[in-house]
Design a binder for this molecule. Structure first.
Ligand code: 6XA
Ligand code: ZN
Length: 345
């Protein structure tokens, strides 16, 4: 399977995130991508290709222009306040406040466009976020030109980023950009499957009223697990999108059997949708040893995931999302991709 990668992801290196009243070192760090890259190359999965550049137009298909303008200028504005450390928000326009007027204060803008205080915005964030989208778009282009599958090895991740907000270490929603690129390239229908431990709230919200993109997510129950405020089973889409959103929230600590029951159901729905392509938000924070999650998947389960996805017989783009047991993250991704390759026809 072709891998799209660039080591320029390193320009985004968040120092701290806010956690339970303290600044703690950021879990989402450049070493994550380094471990994945090393494991894939070590297993002979490849070749590795540099991304092409696609510019901002494909991002504007799923993100609000004013949000993208904010992201592009954010570090400049933050620096102008005399700040040198990472930008983290401290005030948010929840519920009774207005979100239709963009404040002039950068600090207020940062709160307007964020939903948590755990997503440091740094000097290199915009460059890395655009690079991540280019990586996803290059993987799409490979698949559109006949590759059975491609892997977008990008960071920061994307599935928590909505049309006009960042959070959960995510700024630009790479999976949404990829799904939209398939549609814009002529695909009538696309499926997005999010197997990260955390609900893909950003991707869900972007496609919630659309019937052309089926979004499904298997994740820790939001009543106890991040991102907490979305990802329940009764969120099934709205308007034209009714029936094209499916969530499989599983209690923290759920068994592998339960996880694969959900995967089986999700795969059956993908087959019913008859998509021209599949985008997989591949988080491996479902790993038994992950420091911030509670599922129990290990190597044999990642192989099974790869096989079951291959059995769908669809042109497939895999996009890296979460996964924080850095030493093992690479092996777990490699298990999925190698098993997919071995089973794909
Ligand atoms: C809170 C935890 C964010 C989880 C991010 C993630 N800082 N999403 O892995 O998939
Ligand atoms: Zn995650």
């Amino acid at each position: 399977m072709k891998i799209v990668y660039s080591d320029r992801h390193r320009v985004h290196r968040g120092e701290f995130e806010f956690f339970r009243g303290e600044l703690v070192p950021c879990f989402e760090k450049p070493e994550r991508a380094d471990f994945v890259f090393a494991a894939l190359v070590g297993r002979g999965i490849g070749p590795v290709l540099e991304p092409r550049r696609f510019g901002i137009a494909p991002l504007e298909r799923v993100h609000a222009p004013r949000y993208l303008r904010f992201l592009e200028r954010a570090w400049h504005e933050w620096s102008a306040l005399g700040q040198t450390r990472d930008a983290l928000p401290a005030v948010w326009p929840i519920r009774a406040f207005r979100d239709d007027i963009e404040p002039q204060s950068f600090v207020a803008q940062l709160g307007l466009y964020s939903f948590d205080s755990g997503t440091p915005l740094t000097a290199g964030t915009w460059e890395a976020a655009c690079l991540g989208a280019d990586i996803a778009l290059t993987a799409c282009a490979l698949v559109r030109s006949g590759e059975r599958a491609a892997f977008a090895l990008s960071r920061p991740p994307g599935h928590h980023a909505g049309a006009d907000f960042l959070g959960g270490y995510c700024f630009v929603n790479n999976a949404a950009v990829a799904a939209q690129a398939f549609i814009d390239g002529g695909a009538a229908r696309v499926a997005v499957l999010d197997v990260d431990y955390h609900h893909g709230n950003g991707t869900q919200s972007i496609f919630y009223e659309r019937a052309d993109v089926l979004f499904q997510s298997i994740h820790g129950d939001p009543r106890t697990e991040y991102p907490f405020y979305l990802g329940h089973a009764d969120e099934t889409g709205r308007g034209a999108g009714l029936g094209y959103n499916r969530n499989y929230p599983l209690p923290a600590g759920s068994s592998n059997e339960r996880w694969f029951d959900a995967l089986g159901e999700a795969c059956a729905r993908i087959a019913d949708h008859h998509p021209r392509a599949l985008v997989v938000s591949l988080g491996v924070d479902t790993f038994a040893g992950d420091p911030i999650s509670t599922f129990q998947l290990e190597a044999t389960e990642y192989q099974r995931l790869g096989r079951e996805l291959a059995a769908l017989g669809l042109p497939t783009v895999f996009i890296l999302e979460g996964g924080y047991a850095v030493a093992e993250i690479g092996d777990n991704v490699a298990e999925v991709l190698a098993a997919f390759d071995a089973a794909a026809v």
